[in-house]
Design a binder for this molecule. Structure first.
Ligand SMILES: [Ca+2]
Length: 491
């Protein structure tokens, strides 16, 4: 056959295909597409709290979260953050990378908290950009990164890529008197509890989004609330709750940090004077009060999803960017320390194929969130992500049974010194996890990571881990001493 004849045949076929395509009703195509998307793509509501601990009763106010997410889904009881500070942790959550890879090392612009290098690099490859590229409608409301909206890096006009609907808080957590970037336009808020209380504003915007949505596309919604971060301002109607409570008196509450602790832990008056302890108790109560509004928001969102028949096709994820300490080892209040109070966070999820009412001890960290979300959405996990997908683990109906020993919170300092830490049980699982988290308690550390069953190999890798830990913690601890990283691992 001559070239010209082949050309006519090809042209004829192309015209036939085109006529067939364009002659069929367009609504059939959109319906088929919608059905395909519906069938294959779940929605997500990701609720991220700020500084909410799980060790010191931080989940106490979350009755709705317990009832509507945990009871209907799965709690991962060994969830940690690799770097317990807002901006590094949030950057890890967004990218699935360790701090030494995304390089947002602290909460300052020069430390790449929403800085130029972040904007030029990691911000272009957050889970939001992948979801958006694969057809998700993406919505963000609340605190993003502590320096977001700074004039030196584009102000509130800068809308991070990947987000279709953007209600980003300028700067760090607050409850009143703030600026929101509404898709790049500044919106000022004052002090009216009904109109301006930030968690309520986030909740209202979320419900508006759901109300307007046709649900033709799957959606991803991130609700990033200021609670329970400073300045700990509750909604007026909750200002009297929990009045009889005080911060938990753990065995290491307000005891002097010994010589074995790093220098930062030995600063200040120890034990804490009474007025400081009173302040700690006051902050404890107000932290819980601020979380009550978050719990209301969860109830409203879940109920609305049920009304529009989207609940069963939606993953609800609830976690925090870091934990918190309140008086442990005479440290008044803050995060950023590699102790259990600060690195352990709440984590609960419900959704398609997630068993209900389960508690799984499987250890995980914040870098696993991005790959897990993408995996659940049916999107290939990019190789640059350090985390691993939890999909296979969270859809199991039995707990893995990994036993993680972390007792810095419940043991006195003397007991800590005597105690031999171990990660018993499942060395092969631990080995697969790569380096995840480290808990230093006096002269021993508990690692979750590349531990081989052989103690010898473990020692080698532990040396590396200490080095890496020092790298990504150094902005926080100028002097995290190497000799704290000795570990006694039992095969
Ligand atoms: Ca935080």
């Amino acid at each position: 056959m001559e070239c010209r004849q082949i050309g006519y045949l090809f042209l004829g076929f192309a015209v036939f295909v085109s006529v067939m395509y364009w002659s069929s009703p367009s609504h059939i195509h959109s319906e088929l597409r919608a059905q395909y998307i519906k069938k294959n793509r779940p929605n997500f509501v990701f609720i991220l709290t700020d500084d909410q601990d799980v060790v010191l009763d931080g989940m106490l106010p979350m009755a709705n979260v317990r009832k509507l997410i945990a009871k209907e889904g799965l709690t991962l009881s060994n969830s940690f953050v690799a770097s317990p500070l807002c901006c590094p942790s949030r950057s890890s959550i967004l990218t699935g990378q360790y701090v030494h890879n995304h390089m947002a090392i602290n909460n300052s612009l020069s430390g790449q908290c929403s800085g130029t290098r972040w904007q030029m690099g990691p911000e272009k490859r957050t889970f939001a950009t992948h979801l958006h590229n694969y057809g998700y409608e993406t919505f963000f409301a609340g605190k993003y990164l502590n320096q977001y909206g700074h004039e030196k890096v584009g102000g509130v006009k800068h809308v991070p890529p990947g987000w279709d609907w953007w209600f980003g808080l300028k700067g760090n957590s607050r409850y009143y008197n703030y600026t929101l970037s509404v898709n790049g336009m500044a919106e000022e808020h004052g002090t009216d509890p009904d109109k301006d209380y930030l968690t309520k504003v986030i909740s209202e915007r979320a419900l508006e989004f759901l109300h307007k949505s046709s649900f033709e596309k799957p959606f991803f919604m991130m609700l990033s609330v200021p609670s329970a971060h400073a300045p700990f301002t509750p909604e007026p109607k909750y200002s009297g709750n929990f009045s009889s409570l005080r911060a938990p008196r753990t065995e290491n509450f307000n005891i002097k940090a010994g010589e074995g602790k790093h220098w930062l832990m030995r600063q200040g008056v120890q034990p804490l004077p009474d007025d400081v302890v009173n302040k700690v108790d006051d902050v404890f109560r107000n932290r819980l009060r601020t979380l009550l509004t978050v719990d209301d928001m969860v109830k409203d969102v879940v109920e609305y999803l049920e009304v529009v028949d989207e609940l069963k096709n939606t993953y609800l994820i609830f976690t925090s960017d870091n934990g918190y300490h309140l008086g442990q080892f005479s440290q008044p209040l803050d995060k950023r320390e590699p102790y259990e109070t600060d690195i352990r966070v709440p984590f609960t999820i419900r959704g398609p194929n997630i068993p209900s009412g389960m508690v799984n001890t499987f250890p995980t960290t914040n870098i696993d969130l991005a790959p897990t979300i993408l995996d659940l959405a049916g999107i290939r996990i990019p190789k640059y992500m350090d985390g691993v997908s939890l999909k296979s683990e969270i859809t199991k109906t039995k707990s893995t049974g990994v036993h993680v020993v972390l007792n810095s919170i419940s043991l006195s300092e003397e007991e800590l010194l005597k105690r031999e830490y171990q990660i018993p049980g499942y060395p092969q699982r631990v080995m697969r996890m790569r380096v995840e988290a480290i808990l230093c308690a006096e002269k021993t550390c508990v690692l979750f990571g590349e531990l081989e069953s052989s103690a010898f190999i473990a020692k080698l890798l532990i040396t590396n881990q200490c080095y890496r830990t020092r790298l990504f913690m150094m902005a926080i601890f100028i002097d995290l001493r190497f000799h704290h990283c000795g570990v006694r691992a039992k095969a």
